[in-house]
Write a protein that binds this ligand. Structure first.
Ligand SMILES: [Zn+2]
Length: 407
């Protein structure tokens, strides 16, 4: 691959022609012309006098990857290895985080920025991160993530969810802090196990949807509650989404229950989720249930994916590589055929983009030039082999090359 000159990322360079790659879902090799940060043409044998040309013949071009669920405020990424210190139960992990977080200096913008740098090198263009908001911590996490995002200087976009990790109703003051977070520019309101955590799903959803309506925010609810209970909560979320007119603005993360109920029940809920425009985001971590992705997709439900925890007090795992996360999603879904593996890749790209409400996204004329070039025979091969990212563009700017970030 030919290298752009040292001035390539400077403001003066406005046109870039990627020559000879194969854009995903295009019929064959096609050049990609980028002008002022936007894809202006995708077609074979383009010519553009004056444009910087990068030869990517034989490579695959993917749209910028979308991390739709992580926790930047919790990460220890970039530090020396921190051995996992919690017991095996969920309650142990919650207690362990509460007791150790302060001593470890969390949230730490250095760690969050280090992880974002790595995500950029892996070709991630957009990140949705759930930031803990609870009485006692105030908006420390929100500010730390804002600071980390500032340091990345537009090389990746970061959307925060104000996340009540320890519940809302059982922790007085949390609802008010969530409102403060939304006032300070956070665009999405989180929720968590309205029944299992707060033991009052109707009142929990009153707060979450009430804040969303008041601030014009989107919603992303962690739903770990399983089986019939989780399925019942999904029904409540579907009903509430319809009633509030928030169609297309609501995500349910994890939704383990969808993977645990019978097929007929899955189909009923899938139809409701599709009609309400509710995204299902999966992380496919550990042995937690993964929603039935093909069934949901067939019903028209948007699927997104993300790492959830990355190198933090909840989990020592996670790299920030969304091709790797797509592989886990595909593997846990027992996908073997290329077209099935591409469902997981779609979750790490187009599905995530829909969940985040990105107005223009993808390898199409008029979309921001957020893209990733890899050496892989097919998109499915890219998921399985996770090759180094040869070139990453964010809004037309080279932000990574040969697997390393470019500042
Ligand atoms: Zn999470």
């Amino acid at each position: 691959m030919s290298r752009p000159g040292p001035d390539f990322t400077l403001e003066g360079m406005r046109e870039l022609l990627l020559r000879g790659g194969t854009p995903w879902r295009h019929p064959g090799p096609a050049d990609v012309l980028v002008r002022d940060g936007t894809i202006t043409a995708i077609a074979p044998r383009l010519t553009e006098p004056g444009a910087e040309v990068i030869d990517i013949a034989g490579r695959l071009v993917l749209p910028g990857l979308v991390e739709a669920h992580c926790h930047l405020d919790k990460t220890l990424y970039g530090r020396e290895w921190e051995p996992h210190s919690a017991g095996d139960a969920l309650a142990d992990r919650i207690t362990n985080e509460r007791t150790r977080r302060g001593g470890l200096g969390l949230p730490d913008p250095d760690n969050a920025a280090a992880l974002l740098e790595r995500m950029v090198a892996y070709g991630t263009s957009h990140v949705r991160t759930h930031t803990d908001v609870y009485a006692g911590a105030g908006l420390d996490g929100v500010e730390a993530v804002q600071e980390a995002a500032r340091r990345l200087d537009g090389r990746v976009t970061v959307e925060q969810v104000a996340f009540p990790q320890s519940g809302i109703l059982r922790n007085p003051g949390t609802a008010e802090l969530l409102a403060e977070a939304l006032k300070s520019g956070v665009s999405t309101i989180g929720g968590i196990d309205p029944a299992g955590m707060d033991r009052d799903p109707v009142r929990h959803l009153d707060v979450v949807f009430g804040l969303a309506e008041r601030f014009g925010a989107g919603i992303d609810i962690h739903l770990h509650d399983g089986g019939a209970l989780g399925a019942f909560e999904l029904e409540l979320i579907i009903e509430r989404t319809r009633a509030t007119g928030l169609t297309g603005r609501v995500t349910v993360s994890h939704a383990y229950a969808l993977g645990q109920i019978d097929a007929a029940h899955q189909d009923r809920l899938a139809a409701g989720l599709a009609e309400a425009g509710i995204t299902v985001t999966t992380a496919a971590v550990f042995d937690f249930p993964v929603p039935p992705l093909k069934r949901l997709r067939a019903a028209g439900v948007t699927i997104a994916c993300g790492h959830d925890d990355i190198r933090d007090l909840w989990s020592p795992y996670g790299s920030g590589d969304m091709l790797e996360r797509a592989m886990h999603v595909a593997y846990r879904s027992a996908f073997r055929r290329d077209e099935d593996i591409e469902i997981a890749l779609d979750a790490a790209t187009h599905g995530g983009a829909r969940a985040l409400g990105l107005p223009a996204y993808g390898l199409a004329e008029g979309s921001p030039a957020d893209l990733v070039v890899v050496t892989a025979d097919t998109p499915a091969a890219a998921v399985v082999t996770r090759p180094p990212r040869d070139l990453v563009l964010k809004a037309g700017r080279v932000v990574a090359r040969d697997g390393e970030p470019v500042r």
